[in-house]
Design a protein around this ligand. Sequence first.
Ligand SMILES: [Zn+2]
Length: 240
Amino acid sequence: MHKIMIISGAGLSAESGIRTFRDNDGLWEEYDVMQVCSTQGWENDRELVTQFYNARRNDLKDKLPNAAHHAFARLEQLYPGQVIHLTQNVDDLLERAGCKEVIHLHGTLRDLRCEECGYTWDIAFEAQNEHDACPVCESDRIRHNVVMFGESAPAYAKIYTAISESDFFIAVGTSGQVIDIVPIAGEFAHSLIINPKREEHVTAFGSFEKSIDEYFEHFIQKGASAAVDEMLGLVADHLR
Ligand SMILES: [Zn+2]
């Protein structure tokens, strides 16, 4: 039985220097998001998309977990078997901090996947070009393992399982624009959101008057790593 469910987003890894399209920074300025992160773009130019993910994988190599990644690993140690961490991030910084119970909702940057047999394998920070065939079926139809626009995210089903098994919900570093965390918070008696700023509640149906934090029991208005002590304190209070 899991007691604590965590959903994390880009804000968790931002302090480790992991950039996203929303930051309009460096690597990302050279690419059009729909060319490199959509099924359409993948069909149009597999080489460009492969280069893009190779660059991101290479970029991840020298990044380090920050205090927040380490705090979530600590949480797992303090409450063994009671933490389930669903992350929207494709980096491996939670794992490198020592987390074991991580579900990557949008895939994993370090892995490649075979389009023929579905096998996935870890190539660490290498370029895909050095892996020209699937180690299982030898197909040359191989790709990055990150969910693109226009694809379903099979791991989303695990959100519902996690909700039914948990009683405390922590959202960290997510603006709620990709996964609407407001209805999820509504399923919990106890909830905490960590975000440096108040985020508008925007959905496909429009924007709402209340900001996202108003749907949560607790709000720590800080960056992820600055919120660590307060978060561990709140969890301890609830699970006492
Ligand atoms: Zn294969």
